[in-house]
Design a protein around this ligand. Structure first.
Ligand code: XIL
Length: 614
């Protein structure tokens, strides 16, 4: 039963998602110290200080069945004769509701937590019966603020078969919550299923314990193994679609071919958008970290997006404007293309404060949004390659609830009008091939296109927790969206897991899968440095700039494996040919003491560079 870090056979079925902060399931009383026991050793094996239980003494007794489809569920308390826990809650879900949270068990916390506190959730689960093809039951355990916006500290999806499975997952509290202000949910609205949950504990350790020192159930993803067939096929596709033929023709001043000259072909930048979110403050900062930040950007990325600076409230905050524009100027000086993020993130909490005061005046509200789109897009005209016109409409639709779904189309039209060259994206908080938001993305995109909106591409954010979508599923999802006939970008990639080996392998496989898909034109990380990252554990570089295993993966793939430097000699016709990754190049030809260099841009159809050696 102690499968912490060990149960290799069930790894594949594990889907975990942690969005941030922390909770732990306590076995002791409310607010009482809990010695974390049950054989779970910290990774270091060192003794751990006691924690505080966030659930009451009788934790199981605290959970109530709720959710808007609660009538589809039944819960009973059962005793477990032969299991690792004496008792469990058996929850039967009769029918799958639209959303998994429409049938869920909920318990309020009984002790306070502070933002950044380390928390640990532990529970046991098994499936009694399930209609799922995997023959496993599923739950998503969540720790969240118990009211809108339901900020989540943990969101972890777990599958279990008929054997008891133990889950331990440390995480960090995303906010400070008084007792009763946060809640623990087990979402159960998946297939028709009957699952048992026991040994539920959520323990808070304050700041005295490190996440790494708490037990963590091992998670994995299908297709990780060396020699996985999907990977070989993807690498072959990359070779076929991401390279072109570069021909160098060398002549002398009289137009005669120059044979036997040496030619050096050096890639300067990727055509593909290998990018990251960046912060204007660090682009203009004078300290050592800012300098390092800028050097890293120019050496590792071919595209960037401002993480927050172009969001509507930030843009309208005049005190930030100058810094934002200076940051954009620095990027422009480096020749780095910049995505615009984001024009309308349509929930009140992401909008400037005054916007909500217009909620009872649709005419004024509509005008306020229109003015904003014209203002910001117009002011930045010519400086951005893309705009995320609408961000996360699946989750955030306060504006559409008042203005109608058609309002989105208007924003696209206005953005096009204000900057005809910027490509306009719908950006959604989801992962290709994963989950219930897919249908909504497709419906929204098709409705926009049907209404004549100038929609140029789809952005998939791809913020991962422990639920790592198998690469084959990503590829299927990309195939599905490629059928819309629009380019796809991965706009906000990060892999927020504490297992650095898993994190590195998954980044490698994600990059291989996405780069291999012909519809994908960019993969943008949502930050790279721990010192400036919304999910610091997901960064590529630590605070002290040492490179993490996932950072090494990025460096190896983007600047080595998928990067071309080639050397050779011109043949009898004065020609040298090579295949290279698409992008910009410098080509240099030398013979004796004569040398001549020329820039080149290599596209998929190939390119010929004519060099005259005087
Ligand atoms: C996040 C930033 O990274 C944070 O710094 C900020 O406090 C909140 O927003 N989806 C998005 C991004 O579209 O804009 C969000 O960025 C992350 C989730």
């Amino acid at each position: 039963m102690r499968d912490t870090g060990k149960r290799a056979t069930s790894r594949r079925s594990a889907l975990l998602r942690v969005l941030g902060g922390g909770l732990a399931l306590g076995v002791g009383g409310a607010g009482a110290p809990v010695a974390y026991a049950q054989g779970a050793q910290g990774v270091s094996g060192a003794p751990r200080p006691p924690g505080v239980s966030l659930l009451p003494d009788d934790a199981l007794g605290a959970f109530r069945l709720g959710g808007s489809a609660a009538r589809e569920g039944r819960v009973e308390r059962v005793s477990v004769g032969d299991g690792p826990v004496p008792a469990a809650l058996r929850v039967r879900t009769e029918r799958r509701p639209a959303q998994s949270y429409e049938v869920q068990l909920t318990a309020k916390t009984v002790a306070p937590v502070e933002s950044g506190d380390v928390l640990l959730v532990t529970f046991f689960m098994r499936a009694v019966e399930t209609a799922a093809e995997t023959n496993e039951g599923r739950t998503t355990v969540v720790l969240e603020l118990a009211r809108a916006p339901y900020t989540k500290s943990l969101q972890l999806t777990v599958d279990a078969g008929s054997d008891w499975r133990r889950i331990d997952m440390p995480f960090r509290a995303a906010g400070s919550y008084a007792a009763g202000e946060a809640q623990v949910n087990f979402q159960l609205g998946y297939a028709a299923q009957s699952v048992e949950l026991g040994g539920v504990a959520v323990t808070g350790f304050g700041k005295s314990v490190r996440l790494q020192d708490l037990p963590t159930t091992h998670f994995d993803y299908a297709g990780r193994e060396a020699g996985a067939p999907w990977r070989a096929a993807a690498l072959a596709r990359i070779e076929a679609i991401r390279k072109g033929e570069l021909t160098v023709r060398l002549t002398d001043a009289g137009g005669r071919p120059v044979p036997g000259a040496s030619v050096a072909v050096t890639q300067r930048r990727h055509a593909f958008g290998f990018g990251s979110a960046v912060a204007a403050a660090a682009l203009v900062g004078q300290d050592g970290d800012s300098r390092r930040y800028r050097e890293t950007i120019t050496s590792l990325f071919s595209r960037v997006v401002l993480e927050n600076d172009l969001k509507w409230p930030n843009w309208e905050d005049r005190s930030q404007r100058d810094r934002t524009l200076r940051g954009l100027q620095w990027l422009h000086d480096q020749g780095l293309p910049v995505r615009g993020h984001t024009l309308v993130w349509p929930a009140w909490r992401y909008l400037p404060r005054d916007v909500m005061t217009l909620q009872n005046d649709a005419v004024a509200l509509r005008r306020r949004v229109h003015d904003h789109v014209l203002d910001e897009v117009g002011a930045l005209r010519g400086r951005l390659i893309d705009w995320d016109v609408v961000n996360e409409p699946f989750l955030n639709h306060d504006l559409m609830d008042i203005l109608g779904e058609g309002a989105m189309g208007e924003w696209f039209h206005l953005a096009r009008q204000a900057d005809p060259a910027a490509r306009l994206f719908l950006n959604e908080a989801t992962i290709p091939g994963d989950g219930e938001r897919q249908d909504h993305v497709e419906r929204t995109a098709r409705a926009l296109l049907a209404g004549g909106a100038p929609l140029d591409g789809i952005g998939f954010q791809c913020h991962f927790g422990w639920s790592l979508a198998p690469p084959e599923r990503l590829l299927q999802g990309l195939d599905r969206f490629a059928r819309l006939g629009l380019p796809i970008q991965i706009t906000e990639l990060d892999v927020d897991v504490l297992d650095e080996g898993l994190q590195a392998d998954y980044l490698r496989d994600f990059l291989i899968a996405a780069f291999s898909h012909p519809a994908v034109e960019a993969i943008v990380m949502w930050g790279f440095w721990e010192g400036r990252h919304w999910r610091p554990d997901a960064a590529l570089f630590r605070q002290d700039w040492s490179v993490k295993p996932n950072g090494q993966v990025w460096i190896d793939l983007i600047t080595r494996a998928w990067w071309t430097t080639a050397r050779g000699e011109t043949d009898a016709q004065g020609v040298y040919r090579t295949r290279g990754y698409l992008g910009s190049y410098t080509v240099e030809a030398t013979l004796d003491r004569r040398a001549q260099a020329a820039p080149a841009t290599l596209g998929q159809e190939g390119t010929t560079v004519d060099i005259v050696l005087e």
